[in-house]
Write a protein that binds this ligand. Structure first.
Ligand SMILES: [Zn+2]
Length: 360
């Protein structure tokens, strides 16, 4: 598979941070389970990898002016259409205690119907965690592989078939980041169809050495295959996916950018690869997240990105939007460049608000 790799200072910086010991807000013993095997012993979890919390409530009153300023900017940028992203601002509330979500329940949610978002982009994921299939002239690029091989077979593979695609044509799986709800099903495709797996160098290392989160029902990390750096490109047939490394959620999170077609129209998509601040109180890491959102906002503006999607549908409303696509009319995935910019501003301001609260 043709693949360009580019060296990047940002990735080197990420690797330096990633080498530090991880301190999550949760401990393995808090979620210990008698059924765990040694191999699958929890390394540390308690918050779902990318868990989106319930609808945002009013922010607490006891905030510093700086925190309030950032939260107000986030709310203004969110308007009414991007409110789902405001959930990130909850961590700026000093009284907020992150809940421990029930991953079993989230993983057990029935999968929504697979569907077509664009002529060459299909949703083949679950209710909680998404998977996207990008069709090319030489097969399929799959973005993320869900929790485990069962998901890969019964949700992704079945979804591909439902929308008329051939699962054996999955040539490349881009794992947005090294958390099990995104890589767990990759081995199903590598074993059955010989698919290649792409991840960032930083997250390959994390998956090989010390998982940040784990769960007994997540598949094992795939074997190291193709490592990409910031500025790299993944090419398959007539299609090129630009690789943006957006450190924060993990230090090697990939946020891919690529073109999609809608009839005679062309649109440019940003798939934000890791959203939640679920890495504990690490100011440098949250600063990296804020920097990544600011940088990506510039990149998106320069490239005319007008579609913003996520790998968890609670953030981008993709499941509801698929229903609207089916019903006809304007494609709800086409947000426009200014809305993509606002989405990145919401995440940026929520990160800055949380950083300010930590410093207060
Ligand atoms: Zn994650």
């Amino acid at each position: 598979m043709p693949l360009e790799k580019a060296a990047c200072t940002r990735v080197e910086t990420s690797m330096r941070w990633a080498s530090r010991s991880m301190t999550t807000s949760f401990r393995a013993e808090e979620v210990a389970s008698a059924s765990l095997t040694t191999r699958r012993a929890l390394l540390g979890m308690g918050c779902a990898c990318c868990f989106a919390l319930a609808a945002p409530r009013a922010f607490a009153d006891a905030m510093t002016p700086e925190v309030e300023r950032h939260l107000a900017a986030a709310k203004q940028a969110a308007g009414t259409d991007l409110e789902a992203l405001l959930v990130l601002g909850r961590s700026a509330d000093p009284t907020f205690k992150a809940p421990t979500p029930d991953l079993e329940k989230l993983m057990a949610l029935p999968a929504p119907p697979a569907g077509k978002a664009f002529d060459n982009l299909f949703f083949v994921g679950g209710k909680w965690v998404s998977a996207w299939a990008l069709t090319t002239s030489d097969g399929i690029i799959l973005f993320d592989a869900m929790n485990n091989e069962d998901d890969a077979e019964h949700t992704i593979e079945r979804g591909l078939t439902t929308v008329g695609l051939d699962p054996s044509k999955v040539r490349t799986i881009i794992v947005t980041h090294g958390h099990g709800d995104h890589y767990g099903g990759a081995s199903y495709f590598t074993r059955k169809y010989g698919s290649h797996v792409v991840a960032s160098e930083v997250d390959w290392t994390m998956m090989e050495t010390k998982l940040e989160f784990d769960h007994p029902r997540w598949g094992r990390p795939p074997k190291r295959d193709i490592a990409v750096a910031d500025g790299g490109k993944v090419r398959l047939g007539d299609t090129t996916v630009d690789i943006l490394i957006t450190p924060g959620h993990t230090m090697g999170t990939i946020s891919p950018i690529f073109d999609v077609r809608l009839g005679s129209q062309k649109h440019r998509v940003l798939l934000w690869g890791g959203t939640a601040f679920n890495f504990g109180r690490q100011p440098e890491r949250l600063q990296a997240y804020a920097d990544a959102t600011a940088r990506t906002r510039q990149v998106a503006k320069q490239q005319g990105v007008d579609v913003f999607i996520s790998n968890h549908s609670s953030y981008d409303g993709s499941v509801e939007k698929l229903g609207a696509v089916t019903a006809g009319g304007a494609n709800p995935f086409v947000l426009g460049a200014s809305t993509v910019e606002r989405a990145l501003t919401v995440m940026n301001e929520c990160a800055q608000a949380t950083l300010a609260s930590w410093k207060a």
